[in-house]
Design a protein. Structure first.
Length: 290
């Protein structure tokens, strides 16, 4: 299954305040250098260039979503956020729903895995937003190995919502976060990333959960300083792409192989077509499950 890392970051707003999760050093940096600092931040925080509709059209079906309140926001809105704020959550969910309505056999995974500045009332607001937007399109949480495309089509479900908060146990259509583990290599070294990804596959997902392989390199502060004007895409992702894609090409789909693969700038190279092709190697008679 194709996925995008920080899926919403195509619309990071340079005019927005800095996110509440950012350390004091970043806050101070922006306080001193203002708009210039935010323009530089965006080069390292935006991991996608395509909006939700374009990603869906290209084949992305897993979305990595991080939600935040905005300080001193009179409308008390919820936003996607990664260092700086992005689009309103409501607008993003509606954009995805428009695609699903037009394509009733397509299924998406929405993974709400980070929450910033959110209290109980904000979670309640987000849950209601999901109900209002998707309604019966959402599949109630069951055992992962019971989920097949045939099952979802029969039930007319198109959305699986994963929610990394205790709130998930209180709502039938929220899948607990532990059902979507996403080990993170946290390295700038391509070789270490590949070793980490391979070790994760060897350990494999626990029976009864989905599993994410993050083919993503994470810059250190020193990396950002060296490539401050060029940004994440040019400094890291494009240079590492051949080695990362070689690892993807060697993978197998199925019970003991890869499940969901995420990347930055999903349009680069042949990432999308390569992941899709992994499905063709599945045995003809194998059930279409997770």
């Amino acid at each position: 299954i194709l996925g995008s890392h920080d899926s919403f970051s195509f619309y990071i707003d340079e005019a927005s305040p800095v996110g509440p999760e950012q350390p004091e050093t970043v806050q101070n940096f922006v306080s001193v250098f203002g708009t210039v600092a935010k323009k530089l931040m965006r080069k390292w925080l935006a991991t996608q260039t395509m909006n939700f509709t374009s990603q869906l059209g290209a084949g992305i079906r897993y979305f990595d979503l991080r939600i935040s309140t905005k300080p001193r926001d009179p409308d008390n809105e919820l936003y996607f956020a990664h260092g700086l704020f992005s689009a309103k959550v409501k607008e993003g969910l509606e954009e995805i729903n428009a695609f699903l309505t037009e394509h009733p056999k397509e299924v998406v995974f929405l993974d709400f895995n980070h929450f910033y500045g959110m209290q109980k009332c904000h979670h309640e607001k987000l849950v209601q937003m999901l109900k209002d937007t998707y309604g019966n399109k959402m599949c109630p949480a069951i055992f992962a190995h019971e989920v097949s495309l045939q099952y979802l089509w029969e039930k007319e479900h198109q959305v699986l919502v994963f929610y990394h908060s205790p709130v998930a146990v209180e709502v039938a259509f929220l899948w607990p976060g532990q059902m979507m583990p996403a080990p993170w290599a946290n390295t700038t070294d391509t070789e270490k990333l590949i070793q980490f990804l391979q070790a994760s596959i060897t350990e494999r997902r626990k029976k009864g959960s989905f599993f994410i392989s993050q083919v993503v390199l994470t810059p250190k502060a020193s990396t950002v300083v060296k490539g401050v004007a060029s940004g994440l895409r040019e400094t890291i992702t494009e240079r590492a792409l051949p080695a990362m894609m070689e690892w993807v090409r060697t993978q197998k789909a199925g019970e003991s192989g890869v499940n969901i693969i995420t990347a930055d700038f999903v349009e680069l190279g042949d990432f999308i077509s390569t992941v899709i092709k992994l499905n063709y190697s599945l045995d003809e008679g194998e059930d279409d499950t997770t």
